[in-house]
Design a binder for this molecule. Structure first.
Ligand SMILES: [Zn+2]
Length: 148
């Protein structure tokens, strides 16, 4: 194994053979043109079933881009690079459906648990109203995150 640096996101990664990008999402869709996708486009490519088709349909693309911007604004860019797509979807509007929102809630909790219990606690602490509602002695961390 050797360490390489991703040409797209700059992250170091391990690989047996020489590679330019750490993951498929980092690879520009058309390397011949040297086109580098911006983060919104990368997110769309990661979650949508046929992103190539989307790029050629400007009206549809603008729609997906506006969904993407809303989602990034709400959850932060890194969140979308960290989570795995539940399936390849036709439109990012799925994330605004009941099931989509449930999925995001669960992924959000999982990511927070991955970091540290402390962090979840201190983030919550910044909201004094919410904090006073939850005596931390009789709530598990999961209850805590669900109630956010
Ligand atoms: Zn990368």
């Amino acid at each position: 194994m050797k360490i390489f640096k991703c040409s797209q996101c700059g992250k170091s990664f391990e690989s047996v053979r020489k590679k330019k990008y750490c993951k498929p999402e980092c690879r520009p869709s058309n390397p011949k043109k040297g086109k580098i996708l911006n983060s919104n486009q990368l997110i769309i490519e990661k979650f949508l079933k046929s992103p190539k088709k989307l790029w050629s349909d400007k009206k549809q693309m603008m729609k997906e881009l506006s969904f993407c911007k809303l989602l990034v604004k709400k959850y932060g860019k890194n969140f979308w690079f960290k989570i795995k797509p539940p399936f390849k979807m036709i439109s990012l509007s799925w994330f605004f459906s009941i099931n989509g929102r449930k999925f995001l809630q669960i992924e959000k909790s999982k990511l927070k648990l991955d970091f540290s219990k402390e962090r979840a606690y201190y983030e919550q602490k910044e909201n004094p109203v919410a904090k006073s509602n939850y005596p931390k002695t009789n709530k598990t961390l999961l209850d805590f995150l669900r109630d956010e």
